[in-house]
Design a protein around this ligand. Structure first.
Ligand SMILES: [Zn+2]
Ligand SMILES: [Zn+2]
Length: 320
């Protein structure tokens, strides 16, 4: 580096110190500080057209507030810590309005798939199962025999988290990787620390090599890294996606299951990969991905890992 460029970068750093650029929200592009003021004006600018409308809205607000209050009161101290740490982590990336759009998952959630239990019926009992903590989807006979033990996720799959993941995966917002890694670590600590079992290996869900070449990175591998560093759990990138499947969202559930059944296998080409395979045998492993939609992808991967000798497979995703 020449003296001139070094001097320029020093001056730039000094300038940033004196006049720091206000952080901008990743999702709405507004200055993060400005949004704090907007939050108040949005609440006050709601203009009901009729008196009935106004009454309905007040009732809606009141019941929504009462509901969130009840939910908040039920939070365990571990969950409060999870919410607090995650808020701090995202403070420089999301304004408070967009942050409110992000629905972090706390109890009650489905004990099988990890989905939050507010927008679905909680009636496992009526369907003849004794477990009221399992959602409507998970009591279907077709998904009774999942290869994984259970899945957990950081946030409900909605527009906010979808956009955040989209910005990271397709819009080149690589600076999002750090907060996403830390959120994954926070949710890992919430659900997988101080358990009767210990997670011994992290396994990212693989991309097909064509897609990996196109994108340049595997998001599942990237978001596993902080858990690995902080908790000293090795990452074994041993799965391989052998079939180049089309975008899953365009297909029906049946087609999706069929297309994924043989889409994954354990890599076994060189000695490093064979050593990695040893990290699965008789171990409790955690499969990591960004999104859990129907559970078909993680189930297919878990099946392969079970065949390779894994004792138990758990799943952790950013969104569910
Ligand atoms: Zn925003
Ligand atoms: Zn479920």
């Amino acid at each position: 580096m020449s003296i001139k460029t070094e001097l320029t970068s020093w001056l730039q750093a000094l300038g940033d110190l004196v006049y720091p650029k206000p952080p901008v929200c990743t999702l709405c592009n507004k200055s993060i500080y400005q949004a704090y003021f907007l939050e108040y004006s949005v609440e006050n600018s709601a203009n009901p057209k009729t008196q009935d409308d106004a009454n309905a809205r007040t009732e809606d607000n009141a019941s929504a507030r009462a509901y969130s209050h009840r939910r908040h009161q039920r939070l365990t101290s571990k969950e409060k810590r999870y919410l607090g740490k995650t808020r701090i982590e995202l403070a420089d990336h999301l304004c408070s309005l967009c942050y409110q759009g992000l629905k972090l998952i706390t109890a009650p959630f489905c004990h099988k798939c990890g989905r939050t239990m507010t927008n679905i019926k909680l009636d496992g009992r009526s369907k003849g199962t004794d477990d009221p903590q399992v959602c409507q989807d998970c009591i279907q006979p077709s998904v009774q025999h999942r290869a994984f033990k259970y899945a957990r996720a950081a946030a409900e799959y909605n527009d906010a988290i979808q956009e955040l993941i989209h910005q990271y995966k397709y819009r080149g917002q690589r600076n999002l990787v750090e907060p996403l890694q830390i959120i994954m670590c926070n949710v890992f600590e919430l659900h997988f620390k101080k358990q009767p079992f210990r997670i011994e290996t992290l396994i990212p869900v693989p991309l097909h090599e064509n897609r990996l070449a196109e994108r340049g990175f595997n998001q599942a591998l990237q978001i596993s890294k902080h858990i690995s560093n902080k908790h000293k759990i090795p990452i074994a990138d041993i799965l391989e996606r052998t079939e180049y499947t089309e975008k899953q969202s365009k297909k029906s559930k049946v087609e999706r299951t069929a297309s994924l059944e043989h889409a994954f296998k354990v890599k076994n080409h060189n000695s490093a990969e064979q050593r990695h395979a040893g990290m699965v045998k008789a171990k409790s492993v955690l499969l990591i991905d960004d999104i859990y939609t129907t559970g078909t992808t993680v189930d297919a991967c878990a099946g392969v890992l079970k065949e390779a000798g894994a004792k138990e497979v758990y799943v952790l995703t950013l969104a569910r």
